[in-house]
Design a protein around this ligand. Structure first.
Ligand code: GLY
Length: 382
């Protein structure tokens, strides 16, 4: 497969920005829901783990066009994020990084939004309040310290850049120290011997010792949930960015290799890597965009030859997404990328079907981020 060309990257970004501009009036004072229904997002409150991606798409559109209408809309949304953290609306979970990085940290980095800065630091405080010294990890969900919830999840690797940013801003190392501890615990435990990954990992509440892995959104406990593996790719690249530890670079190579070895021909995975070429199961196109972002991040720290190979890989992911998964007509969807899967029920997991074979907000956001990374030397939000 060939990689996406420079010209196609530019065209794809032009389309995304124009698409977002058209739907912006509907989604400035309210957000898009986490996933579409029949490829259309409905309006939603700022009360899910996904709202930051929509604001992130608006910031990326602003970066691409410099059109003040995007900035204005994103700044309105920052007010909503500040209100949310001030009033603690559905923030009793670890997803503060997903929420506050592409919205508020981005706003601070791009236009020096002081409200964005205030909101993001408060979100970082909220995130470290979930740190469990016994086990040295940030508890993902549920009541703190509860046995049935005493676990981390692989997705949390993307919440950690918020903590590194907060330490840089406040000159208080308490945030990055917790990020470092969590990274160490997470990458030691979620990566299996064959370099597939656990979605979630439990610890003993009394001793803090690693206990067992389990899936939540994957097909079964021992399988590799496609998006979990993709979070592992991007998460290990970010871990290397912030720590420069060789073991995290090694983790990146291996987790990426496992992902690549379990892809169908067009490089867009089924929702769980258990399923391969020819399966009738739905895809998770968002995993391909997340993997592309992680690969482009890591390419920055590799030798030129190695980086070139990885960049070509990312361009192949994006070519496949652009040709066969991206929305091409403004009227056919209000999302950007089709054929993602949020959660799918299986005989071995406890999920209900949510957003199966639909657009979802992180699929759209990371598609745009990967394009932006290919388009210019991007000063990243994460
Ligand atoms: N972080 C939740 C998900 O990837 O579905």
């Amino acid at each position: 497969m060939e990689g996406i060309s420079k010209e196609e990257v530019g065209q794809a970004l032009d389309f995304c920005a124009e698409h977002i501009r058209r739907y912006l009036p509907d989604f400035t004072c309210q957000f898009q829901n986490a996933f579409s229904v029949n490829n259309f997002y409905e309006p939603a409150e700022n009360d899910d783990w996904t709202n930051g991606f929509w604001t992130g798409e608006i910031w990326l559109s602003y970066e691409h066009t410099k059109d003040g209408a995007f900035r204005q809309a994103a700044e309105i949304q920052i007010e909503s994020f500040l209100d949310r953290i001030n009033r603690k609306i559905v923030v009793d979970h670890h997803d503060m990084g997903f929420l506050y990085t592409p919205s508020c940290v981005a706003g601070y980095k791009l236009v020096h939004s002081e409200k964005g800065r205030e909101a993001a630091i408060k979100a970082a405080d909220q995130l470290i309040s979930r740190y469990q010294p016994k086990g040295e990890f940030i508890q993902a969900w549920g009541k703190l310290g509860e046995k049935g919830n005493y676990r981390l999840i692989i997705d949390c690797l993307l919440n950690l850049p918020l903590l590194y940013w907060a330490s840089g801003e406040t000159k208080d190392s308490k945030y990055s120290e917790i990020a470092e501890k969590h990274l160490h615990t997470a990458l030691r435990n979620v990566i299996r011997e064959d370099y597939s990954t656990w979605h979630t990992f439990y610890f003993d509440t009394e001793t803090g010792e690693p206990d067992h892995g389990a899936t939540c959104q994957g097909y079964r406990d021992g399988s590799a949930w496609a998006r979990g593996q993709a979070w592992g790719i991007y998460g290990s690249a970010l871990a290397y960015r912030y720590t420069k530890k060789e073991e995290y670079k090694e983790a990146f190579y291996k987790v990426t290799e496992y992902f690549l070895n379990h892809l169908p021909k067009d490089m867009v995975p089924y929702w769980d890597l258990e399923f391969t070429e020819g399966s009738e199961e739905p895809r998770d196109s968002s995993s391909a965009s997340i993997a592309a972002c992680g690969i482009l991040e890591m390419a920055k720290y590799l030798t030129e030859q190695e980086a070139e190979n990885y960049r070509l890989l990312a361009r192949k992911f994006m070519k496949s997404l652009y040709d066969n998964y991206a929305v091409k007509e403004h009227s056919s969807s209000n999302g950007l990328v089709l054929h993602s899967t949020y959660a799918k029920s299986s005989p071995y997991n406890t999920c209900n079907n949510h957003g199966v074979d639909e657009c979802n907000l992180w699929g759209d956001y990371f598609y745009m981020e990967a394009l932006t990374r290919l388009h210019k030397d991007w000063e990243q939000y994460w």
